[in-house]
Design a protein around this ligand. Sequence first.
Ligand SMILES: CC(=O)[C@@H](O)[C@H](O)COP(=O)(O)O
Ligand SMILES: NCC(=O)COP(=O)(O)O
Length: 253
Amino acid sequence: MSERIRLGVNIDHVATVRNARGGLYPDPVRAAQEAIAAGADGITAHLREDRRHISDADIDSLSAVLRDQARPLNLEMAVTQEMLAIALHHRPAAVCLVPEKREERTTEGGLDVVGGHNWITPFVGRLKNAGSRVSLFIGPDPHQVEAAARTGAAVVELHTGSFCDAVRDRRLDAAAADLEALRAAAAQAHGLGLEVHAGHGIDYDTVAPIAAIPQVMELNIGHFLIGEAIFVGLGPAISKMRELMDRARGAMA
Ligand SMILES: CC(=O)[C@@H](O)[C@H](O)COP(=O)(O)O
Ligand SMILES: NCC(=O)COP(=O)(O)O
């Protein structure tokens, strides 16, 4: 399996910069349009309960603009009634259910689907009935993968944060173990009929081994690309990430 791997660009941290001063600049919608023009296959935005970056107005605008451009919005959200109502209103192409803790700096772990099965499953059903493709953001844990398949979700997005942190910190044994866990979880999920995505903390140094996992069909990458855009521009940052993804995939063929 060496189909072209999709790139979803997460624009949360364009909104972080905007919110640092208030006002409207830089505009996440413009970032989404420039990301699409640079080759992104879709846009991911995380509407957090505390609205620390992406706002409800951003989601309103992104929904309209991406629908007009026939590009998917992947709305990341917590499993709450508030977020469900927002998702049912916008009916985005994709919804990714993620865990949230108010005190966290960023998403720390994956969704506990094993523990939350009874309330996650009907939540998935409501979103599917509204026409959204539902993804569950989970760690590369075989029990979580199996539970995710039982919810009726179409996709699992594997949390790559532990692997990326280990590579950054040069903890090579931990990185190897994390990569093996990602590979095993991807194969297991695919075998259960789930589409496999991956994301969190991916940068130029970590994208290749993740993109080389044959079952992975989409990467969602944000913080690093927005940071790199400060130095080289969003388009060139995305183009380089795209090239690294395609090279990793091509090496598999
Ligand atoms: C789920 C995930 O890993 C990210 O997409 C998430 O959006 C991270 O949260 P922040 O963007 O707030 O860091
Ligand atoms: N789900 C992962 C995502 O959308 C982007 O995560 P990051 O690259 O901002 O860490």
